[in-house]
Design a protein around this ligand. Structure first.
Ligand code: PEP
Ligand code: MN
Length: 342
């Protein structure tokens, strides 16, 4: 971290500042230029609040030179992380997986949807048993019965399941049921007690980007999980809230290569929540695949107009099948070896 000192600062003030920093266990490196003086602060600067330094009279501005996320950072872990999701399914490091299924688990139709998406090439099954709804009067999910249906479907179809956990008090239940991948939803992306709780397990975590989260904040969410000892984190770009109202959210496709640049963790794109309308889901899925996502999460329903949640963005099994054919082609194009530049 570097602190740029104001031109007006006296030598006494600068010495006092340096002493104050060193008194907190950091080393300093003062470089006096013609126009400005810079104090380099060396040590674990994640412990320093940059706003506190900037609030000091003699400090012009403060800049971090290393990111506050360490375990999620590609700098300290250059090779891609591959997360084992159960049933032999791996994601990341060249392993591409498609997670598909209904928004909510609704009952036995889960099995019809699961069979259809598997036949089209989905490798993981999704479905929410605990639903984070904006209104407390909307359908809240089947709860434990929904988890049981998912586990039954996972066994029958031999594919891992992804389902959202909303409450730290439910984590043990998810463990007892043998849930393969726990999803942290956008609304809980900064629910730090929940992140810590799932971090105490070794179960893969699909961490969605918060509604208004920056990329760095998403990575700090991953850091919460990893700092508790769980390295199995999958990041998910699911659209962010912007001024645009024509779509449910704005799909930040940029985030996919940016996350790959900054982090070694696998990155999944969710074109369903990113767009909110069935007609836009396929183009957004193709964009995410082309941008190098390690996987996609797509909502599929056998009868979208009757779905208990998110029917407006569900693909039918036929639409999903069509999407999968094109996704495979795009994936081939993206992963084909690059010819040497002449
Ligand atoms: C979901 O996956 O159904 C969901 C609620 O997603 P998000 O948290 O991204 O809104
Ligand atoms: Mn949904």
């Amino acid at each position: 971290m570097i602190a740029v000192v104001k031109e007006t600062a006296t030598k006494d003030q600068l010495d006092h500042f340096v002493k104050w920093i060193e008194g907190r266990g950091f080393k300093t490196n003062v470089s006096q230029g013609d126009n400005e003086t810079i104090v380099g602060i060396i040590g674990d600067t994640t412990q320093i609040d940059p706003f506190l330094l900037e609030s000091m009279d003699i400090i012009e501005r403060v800049q971090r030179v290393s990111e506050p996320f360490k375990k999620a950072n590609r700098k300290f872990h250059p090779e891609d992380t591959v997360v084992e999701c159960g049933h032999g399914v791996k994601i990341g490091g060249g392993n591409f997986q498609v997670i598909a299924g209904p928004c909510s688990v609704e009952g036995k139709n889960l099995f019809d949807i699961a069979r259809a998406v598997k036949a089209s090439g989905a490798t993981m099954l999704r479905g929410g048993a605990y639903k984070p709804r904006t209104s407390p009067y909307s359908y809240q999910g089947m709860g434990e019965k929904g988890l049981d249906l998912l586990v039954e479907a996972a066994g029958e179809l031999d594919m891992p399941i992804v389902t959202e956990v909303m409450d730290p008090r439910d984590v043990q239940l998810f463990l007892d049921k043998g849930i393969d991948v726990m999803q942290i939803g956008a609304r809980n992306a900064q629910n730090f007690p929940l992140l810590r709780e799932v971090g105490k397990t070794q179960v893969p975590i699909l961490l969605k980007r918060g509604l208004s989260e920056t990329i760095d904040e998403l990575l700090m969410g991953a850091e919460y999980i990893m700092s508790e000892g769980n390295p199995n984190v999958i990041l998910c770009e699911r659209g962010i809230r912007t001024f645009e109202t024509r779509t449910r959210n704005t799909f930040d496709v940029n985030a996919i290569p940016v996350l790959h640049h900054l982090s070694h963790l696998p990155v999944v794109g969710d074109p369903s929540h990113a767009t909110g309308y069935t007609r836009y889901v396929r183009p957004a899925a193709y964009a995410a695949t082309a941008a190098g996502a390690d996987g996609l999460e797509i909502e599929v329903h056998n009868n979208p107009s009757e779905a208990w949640s998110d029917g407006a963005q569900a693909l039918t099994p036929a639409q999903f099948d069509d999407a999968m054919r094109r996704i495979r082609l795009i994936r081939e194009a993206v992963t084909a070896p690059v010819e040497e530049e002449k």
